[in-house]
Design a protein around this ligand. Sequence first.
Ligand code: OOG
Ligand code: MG
Length: 257
Amino acid sequence: MDLAALAKQVREHQRTGRAMKKLTLEHPDLTVEDAYRIQALGAEMAVAEGDRLVGWKMGLTSRAKQVSVGVEEPIYGRLLASMELTEPRLSVGELIHPRVEPEIAFVFKRDLGGEHVRARDVWPAVECVMPAVEVIDSRYENFSFTLVDVVADNASSARFYLGDQGYAPDRTNWDEIGVVVRRNGEVVQTGAGAAVLGHPVRSVVMLARMLARIGASIEAGMVVLTGGITEAVPVGPGDFVEVAYEGIGTVGLEVGE
Ligand code: OOG
Ligand code: MG
């Protein structure tokens, strides 16, 4: 199987914002390992064209997310510099069917890796914890996919935005942070940090261990998105999405053409 050709195909759809058929329809024998390889090759192509790996995201770390897409296990994806919004404004023109997720982000000051990483190894490596939103956009028709498809599509990564304020890692119990998501003033989702594997730090632990298997790690300066706390909220031009994180502020995202 020509994984590089599949990576090129997926990347083309990521770039142009056109939906595609699930890879597994034509290639039912693809394994999860193949899918991660396709994801890695796609990122390498982006980097070769001038982009940069700035972090990792975990996905499907909450029950709400797993149920909403029908895939029951956590996955990771690659965050590229081109995905980061520098202002809280999202233009959806290049996206297919964007959805916004409330997430807790960890920013690293030291490298973290290894298959035996524990929660207590994470904290000394963290520069700060930040309220964040991720914008996902599956490249597959009808936002419908299998585990293999979504991994190959870089875990639906599209854009992300970190709030202005970073917080010391021991500032609060991140599992107890309540989250309220409003779209155009109406409450559309509510949740708490504990929805993410019991505690968002567990998502970082899982990521470090998964990366160890491919000889990769979380590097100093990188961002890690720990996964949507609630179901993702579909957005379109003209919407204003506001995520209130209990005690650590609000991140608002203005959505335009
Ligand atoms: C897969 C990506 C999930 C999260 O935070 O759970 C994700 C998807 O739902 O399309 O980013
Ligand atoms: Mg996410």
